[in-house]
Design a protein around this ligand. Sequence first.
Ligand SMILES: C[S@@+](CC[C@H](N)C(=O)[O-])C[C@H]1O[C@@H](n2cnc3c(N)ncnc32)[C@H](O)[C@@H]1O
Length: 222
Amino acid sequence: MQVEEIKFNYDLGIFGDTLKRIVLKEYPHRLTDFIDSFSNNQVTCKKWLVLELLKILKNKPDFSTKKITVLGSWYGNVLVPLLVDNIKGVENINLIDMDEDALDIGRKFLGRKYNGVTINYLKEDINFTDFSTKYTNICINTSCEHMLPMDSISFQNDENVLYVLQSNDMKNVREHVNCVDSNEEFINQASLSRTYYHGKKRLEAQNKKKYWRFMIIGRRDD
Ligand SMILES: C[S@@+](CC[C@H](N)C(=O)[O-])C[C@H]1O[C@@H](n2cnc3c(N)ncnc32)[C@H](O)[C@@H]1O
């Protein structure tokens, strides 16, 4: 399957209107951050995630996609359309972030229903949240470098959760409190016992520095 096959049907009209009506008027201080969330690296890595997830789901038709939890979701603006428009059977997506403004912009941008899928916006500090009473089929975290290692998180149905995780080795960024140097370290840190995919991409940051972005997909059922 080619990356080109991933649908990314962005409505530029809605994008332009929301940019002006919400970000420029209500959150002008978030304009640069919001635009950064649509950067080429962001879109490339989110498409990469959906492509590899699709390949796994194709071979594992018994894996449910009904409920997806996204940790450190930021605005959710790139990932939500990619998930909804490419993955069958998604009913509910929980976006969890501690940044209330990002969640509010995301909600005004995507709405509480996106192409028939319910989107919930939950303000929580993941480092202080007990996930042991929460249920999900898929847990996505593309912000692992920002928070405590994933082995500190365990869902109610943990052995059946498919974890889809990204991190990087950009240790020079202040808020990157938990970078990794390899997928082996990442898999270990997330306590995955069964790995369906691991890969890495060499990317260039805005300051032209090269870095690695890592992705692992797996479960804890072995
Ligand atoms: C800069 S953004 C996303 C960057 C990431 N590399 C990506 O591509 O998705 C990181 C997000 O993680 C969130 N975040 C960081 N630590 C968190 C925590 N402890 N609880 C909840 N959200 C957190 C931030 O608020 C922010 O929205």
